[in-house]
Write a protein that binds this ligand. Structure first.
Ligand code: CAP
Ligand code: MG
Length: 409
């Protein structure tokens, strides 16, 4: 059986091999080795039967090698020659393509990819990274705080801009459109951007602070480019892209335009294939691919908020994004989703300060209004970095107390 020939437990990966870690659950009645061999074959040079078009020795030499099997986890080494330089789509069509549909497996999850320098060196990584964001905002040793306008759809540009002023002037440094706001009848892109950038300028004039607005340019590629250029032409410093719904190719091509603007990446739709721990692709893999292409900030989860994501997984992803990695700039992780001021201390204690913490409902739902919502967030961050318990801080900070009365901690 050809599949098993892709298993070679004596194989030692070379420094140029790309290594994938898979979690493989064989289908009923299929041996583990057959299932794992099938994944290695189908994701590299093989298929379901022997062939006459190439000597088997040559096909296996260029093929993937299963070099480690531990329980349901297999490590597979791929010769770098199997991948086109700089082509993420082709990489995924190989190691995250047909294999998920094979009858030999019941479920399959691509847990991690260990990239060789030879592969990474062909990518630019972030044009503007974590350090550039801190430099621009002037915020050094504490998390950045941001907000998403809510309700997520329905506000007019004028309403959004008015709300933006209320929170920028009370300590919020970053605001973004929601992931499903692009250019709607009730909120046209250009009108929104112009009104929002006027507020950004107003804050600069009145407070001397650089604040950031991330307009969502998610759209067909050419429209994205036009919208990004419009933002840049009007003094904007950042754009937001839902990278999975625009696609890897569009995201990479956009990055390659070198707009010299911050790129805020939203991961809408990721959970369709990251949350099932037996089948799909891990958020760690997505994070590595995103950093290869390059962005400034990436949503990675909150542990305590409304979205699924384990503490261990989010710690690992955030650590990777901030790590030294073949000279590529760092990416700032974004914690967003169901967050409110009461969660700030435990979030920062676990995920650290190099974080953008975004609040949607946890700001706009504050009983005293948006200004108080923004103040409560700043108060929670200040209490955390001063190592003062929220309980004590609420004694002298009403906005925080009202937030904790409503949402707890
Ligand atoms: C949060 C949010 C974010 C998600 C993203 C929303 O709003 O704007 O898009 O949290 O999730 O639309 O739900 P709230 P993730 O603060 O009101 O929850 O960062 O996990 O991709
Ligand atoms: Mg959202």
């Amino acid at each position: 059986m050809i599949y098993q020939k892709y298993i070679n437990l004596k194989y030692k990966p070379t420094k140029n091999d790309l290594v994938c870690v898979f979690k493989i659950t064989p289908a009923k009645g299929v041996s583990k080795k057959r299932a794992i061999g099938a994944v290695a074959a189908e994701s590299s040079t093989g298929t379901w039967t022997s062939l006459l078009t190439m000597p088997e020795k040559r096909m296996l030499k260029l093929g993937a090698k299963v070099f480690e099997i531990k329980g349901n986890y297999a490590k597979i080494a791929y010769p770098i020659e199997l991948f086109e330089v700089g082509n993420i789509s082709q990489l995924l069509s190989s190691i995250a393509g047909n294999i998920f549909g094979m009858k030999e497996i019941q479920s399959l999850r691509l847990e991690d990819i260990i990239f060789p320098k030879k592969y990474v060196s062909k990518f630019k990584g972030p044009e503007l990274g974590l350090k550039d964001l801190r430099k621009y905002t002037g915020i050094k040793n504490k998390p950045l705080t941001g907000s998403i306008f809510k309700p997520k759809l329905g506000l007019t540009p004028k309403e959004q801009a008015k709300n933006a002023y209320k929170i920028y002037s009370n300590g919020i440094v970053f605001t973004k459109d929601d992931e499903n706001l692009s250019s709607m009848q009730f909120n046209k892109f250009k009108e929104r951007v112009l009104k929002m950038l006027e507020i950004v300028d107003k804050i600069k004039d009145e407070y001397g602070r650089n604040v950031i607005y991330a307009p969502n340019i998610t759209a067909p590629y050419q429209t994205m480019i036009k919208r990004a250029q419009f933002v840049k032409d009007h003094g904007g410093k950042c754009v937001m892209i839902d990278f999975l719904t625009v696609g890897w190719s569009a995201f990479k091509e956009f990055r390659n335009q070198n707009f010299k603007m911050f790129i805020h990446l939203h991961r809408a739709s990721h959970a369709s294939f990251t949350r099932n721990k037996d089948h799909g692709i891990s958020m760690l893999v997505l994070s590595k691919l995103v950093r290869l292409i390059g962005c400034t900030t990436l949503h990675t989860g909150t542990i305590f908020g409304k979205m699924e994501g384990s503490k261990q997984e989010i710690i690992e992803i955030d650590k990777f994004l901030r790590s030294k990695w073949f000279g590529l700039k760092q990416v700032m992780p974004v914690a967003s989703g169901g967050l409110h001021p009461g969660l700030v201390p435990k979030l920062v204690n676990i995920l650290g300060n190099d974080l953008l913490i975004n609040f949607g409902g946890g700001l706009w739902g504050h009983p005293m209004g948006a200004e108080a919502g923004a103040k409560a967030i700043s108060q929670a961050v200040n209490a955390t970095i001063k190592n003062i318990s929220l309980k004590d801080y609420t004694k002298t900070h009403k906005e925080l107390r009202v937030a904790i009365d409503k949402w707890g901690n």
